[in-house]
Write a protein that binds this ligand. Structure first.
Ligand SMILES: N[C@@H](CCC(=O)N[C@@H](CS)C(=O)NCC(=O)O)C(=O)O
Length: 227
């Protein structure tokens, strides 16, 4: 956590789309965490993928970056921890240390599996919502991992059933608990649901059938005001 020379209020640096879409799953999870805690954002600074100088003050190459008073916090997991520690009297994101430890699993699962997996279905379509320079940047930086992005769309329908099947443990848990965290959603829910929100914002390709319990759960959590 660095100290911020331009301190004051609460500012969130998030990804910019051409048309006001939420194109960062990591930004969206911070929005959900802030809302859960009842904390407002004074300013949202939208930056393109290529606008690295806009977040250089935070020594970061990625968004989200939260400036909260005189604190600069980089990385959504760290932001969640910062919010939990700084605002302990607000509704909890983790429900204690054990909940935080288990939520870390979901942070890793999202980072290592869910987000790249979802990207393989929607990344090519996401190019429609970013400008020319960002498009070139995404193509160049994602090709080593995904290959040519248009090829992904040729195989995605055939890959979908395996993806949906891999969500069975998540689906069953949500069915049994209501949310991952139980009756009240917490950070694990926000991290996972935000990834589905990103997919919806980026592409018309449906990852979940509308009768899937994960669909209604994700819609509820990402809705402008969720229970
Ligand atoms: N672990 C980071 C990941 C953040 C991340 O990957 N952000 C993407 C946007 S969704 C980004 O800024 N990418 C910039 C780039 O690819 O150069 C977090 O949880 O905040």
């Amino acid at each position: 956590m660095a100290s911020n020379p331009r301190a004051g209020g609460r500012t969130l640096y998030d990804l910019k789309s051409l048309d006001g879409r939420q194109l960062s799953p990591f930004g969206q999870r911070v929005h959900l965490a802030l809302r859960h805690k009842g904390l407002a954002v004074d300013r949202i600074e939208l930056v393109r993928f290529v606008d690295k100088e806009a977040i250089a003050f935070a020594k970061s190459q990625t968004v989200p970056v939260l400036v909260d008073g005189d604190k600069v916090v980089v990385d959504s997991w760290r932001i969640a921890n910062h919010l939990e520690e700084t605002y302990p009297d607000r509704p909890s994101l983790f429900g204690g240390d054990a909940g935080r430890a288990l939520a870390r699993y979901f942070n890793n699962w999202c980072g290592l599996w869910l987000t790249p997996e979802i990207a393989s279905f929607i990344l090519f379509d996401m190019l429609d919502h970013i400008d020319e320079e960002d498009r070139a940047y995404i193509r160049r930086t994602r090709a080593p991992r995904f290959g040519p992005l248009e090829k992904l769309n040729e195989t995605r329908a055939a890959r979908l059933p395996a993806f949906q099947k891999a969500l069975d443990p998540l689906r069953l848990t949500v069915k049994q608990n209501g949310n991952l965290h139980g009756a009240t959603p917490g950070m694990a829910d926000f991290m996972v649901a935000a990834a589905f929100h990103w997919a919806e914002q980026s592409s018309r390709f449906a990852l979940l059938q509308t009768d899937d319990p994960l669909y209604s759960w994700s819609q509820r959590l990402n809705a402008p005001s969720h229970a």
